[in-house]
Design a protein around this ligand. Structure first.
Ligand SMILES: Nc1ncnc2c1ncn2[C@@H]1O[C@H](COP(=O)(O)OP(=O)(O)O)[C@@H](O)[C@H]1O
Ligand SMILES: [Mg+2]
Length: 314
């Protein structure tokens, strides 16, 4: 397939809580692809119109959806069956990375360094007070409690007081019947964008993220000025090499493809730990991945074209 003539459809919107972010990513990508002279059009996904994507008969789909119904393998499955190339990870990688409990279990089983945890799966019978006691005994305080299938820091709580742990578990349980209680990582927050190329996995420069808030919460992610991207990250060279190595290992064992952003944090030992993988990272002009690419002279338009190429060459 020739990228110059291929009919590209940028799919955005969707019905998840991250719809607005997706529309921003999608429109930015669409403009950038058009700016490269490529044959690109947009498609806004709403509840019920997914089949129309197939009727448009695209040669390649750029998936700019975030969250449930877009980042979780469902759209990927539809395109896979229809034989249409698409950007990003396949069905399994998308589904697993969307679920923090499942990806945590695979990372831990594969020997990828990640924060110690206790998980609750749907249908598990548990007592929040007992779970809180157990987590405090094993990991101390603070503790991080997260809903399994949310994003953008929605359903993430960092608890510092012993008396507040069980209440936080109950609150997060309201979001999601599947959740994680994690050991707190006190160090720097890092992210490594990885892109599959024909000659191997390419790592863009590591970004260090500094938030104005207590952690990288919803406001610091999307409110201009509430977080800062420092490139390259201010960490020792060996730690940087270790972070890239760990990110690649996580990408491979979770079956990722295309562009995926691996988020890490430094632990009490100064070593990097994998926090989560984002199979469809934000692609607005101020998002993390475009910033990292810009640091090595790759502009937003060139980056979007690289992502399409990775999908076509797959
Ligand atoms: N184990 C941890 N220790 C300390 N902070 C954490 C930990 N896990 C997550 N965080 C903080 O919470 C934020 C959101 O958590 P994350 O797992 O990335 O969920 P989301 O999918 O909502 O981005 C992270 O960016 C980080 O600032
Ligand atoms: Mg995150």
């Amino acid at each position: 397939m020739d990228i110059k003539t291929a009919k590209i459809l940028v799919v955005m919107g969707g019905t998840s809580s991250e719809r607005d972010i997706s529309l921003m990513s999608g429109n930015a990508v669409l403009e950038a692809l058009k700016g490269r002279g490529l044959n690109a059009g947009g498609f806004v996904l709403d509840g019920g119109n997914a089949a129309q994507i197939l009727q448009k008969n695209p040669d390649c789909v750029f998936i700019a959806l975030h969250g449930k119904g877009g980042e979780d393998g469902t759209i990927q499955g539809m395109l896979e069956i229809a034989g249409i190339p698409y950007t990003g990870s396949g069905v399994a990688g998308s589904a697993v990375c969307m679920n923090k409990v499942l990806s945590k279990k695979i990372l831990a089983e594969s020997g990828v360094r990640t924060a110690r945890y206790i998980s609750v799966s749907p249908g598990d019978d548990f007592c929040a007070e007992e779970l809180a006691r157990n987590a405090i005994d094993r990991f101390g305080l603070p503790l991080v409690i997260k809903a399994s299938c949310q994003g953008s820091s929605v359903g993430v709580e960092i608890v510092r007081e012993e008396t507040e742990v069980s209440g936080a578990i109950k609150r997060v349980y309201e979001y999601d019947k599947e959740l994680l209680i994690e050991e707190f990582l006190p160090g720097k927050e890092l992210t490594v964008p990885l892109l599959q190329k024909p000659d191997g996995l390419f790592a863009f420069p590591i970004i260090e993220i500094v938030s104005e808030n207590e952690f990288y919460d919803f406001e610091s992610k999307y409110q201009p000025g509430m977080s800062h991207h420092i490139i390259p990250a201010r960490i020792p060279e060996e730690t940087a090499a270790e972070a890239v190595e760990l990110a690649k290992k996580a990408y491979i064992c979770l079956n990722c493809g295309g562009l995926t952003r691996v988020d890490l944090m430094l632990g009490p030992d100064g070593e990097p730990y994998v926090v989560e993988l984002n199979t469809i990272p934000g692609m607005t002009a101020t998002s993390l991945v475009p910033d990292s690419a810009a640091a090595i002279g790759i502009g937003f338009g060139e980056l979007t074209e690289m992502i399409i190429r990775a999908a076509i060459e797959k």
